[in-house]
Design a protein around this ligand. Structure first.
Ligand code: THU
Length: 137
C-alpha cells in the first residue's frame, strides 16, 4: 500500500462518513475499499428503528462492490467516531464485517485494513491479524 492510496482511501471514507444514517447511536462510520482494477467503493452505516437491522459501513461498501461484479478487496479504510467527538479511539471493524471481508481476499495475499482518525493518524493491519483462523468452506 503506498501513501497516496492510503490517503485516498481515508479521504473517501471520511466523505462516506458524512452520509452515515445513525440517529440511534450517533456513531458515524465511513468505509472505502479498493479493488484490483483501482476502483473505489464507499459505504456508511445505516441504522434502523429495529436496531438489529443496522448495517455497518464496511458491509455497505463491500456489498456495493460485490453487487457491481467485484470479488476481491485489496484494502479497506474505516473512519468512525461519535458525532462531534474527535477524542474517541480508532473504529475497528466488528467481527461480522471481518468475516465478510474474509470472503473477498485478493487472489494472492491478504487485505490491508486501515483504521483511521485522519490522513495523519491511522494504523494498518492485515485482515489475518484481525481475524486469524477465519471460517471458510
Ligand atoms: N458500526 C460500523 O459501521 N462498523 C463497525 O465495524 C462497527 C459498528 C456502526 C453500527 C452502528 O450504526 C454504530 O456503528 C454503533 O454500533
Amino acid at each position: 500500500m503506498n501513501t497516496q492510496t492510503i490517503n485516498l482511501l481515508i479521504t473517501e471514507a471520511e466523505k462516506a462518513r458524512t452520509m452515515a444514517y445513525a440517529p440511534y447511536s450517533n456513531y458515524l462510520v465511513g468505509a472505502a475499499l479498493i479493488v484490483p482494477s483501482g476502483n473505489i467503493y464507499t459505504g456508511c452505516n445505516v441504522e434502523n428503528a429495529s436496531y438489529g437491522l443496522t448495517v455497518c459501513a464496511e458491509r455497505t461498501a463491500i456489498f456495493k462492490a460485490v453487487s457491481e461484479g467485484q470479488r476481491h478487496i485489496d484494502a479497506i479504510a474505516i473512519v468512525g467516531a461519535p458525532l462531534n467527538d474527535s477524542s474517541s479511539d480508532y473504529a475497528y471493524p466488528c467481527g461480522a464485517c471481518r468475516q465478510v471481508m474474509s470472503e473477498f481476499l485478493p487472489a494472492s495475499g491478504d487485505i490491508d485494513v486501515i483504521v483511521a482518525k485522519s490522513t495523519e493518524d491511522y494504523k494498518i493491519f492485515k485482515l489475518s491479524e484481525l481475524l486469524p483462523n477465519s471460517f471458510n468452506l
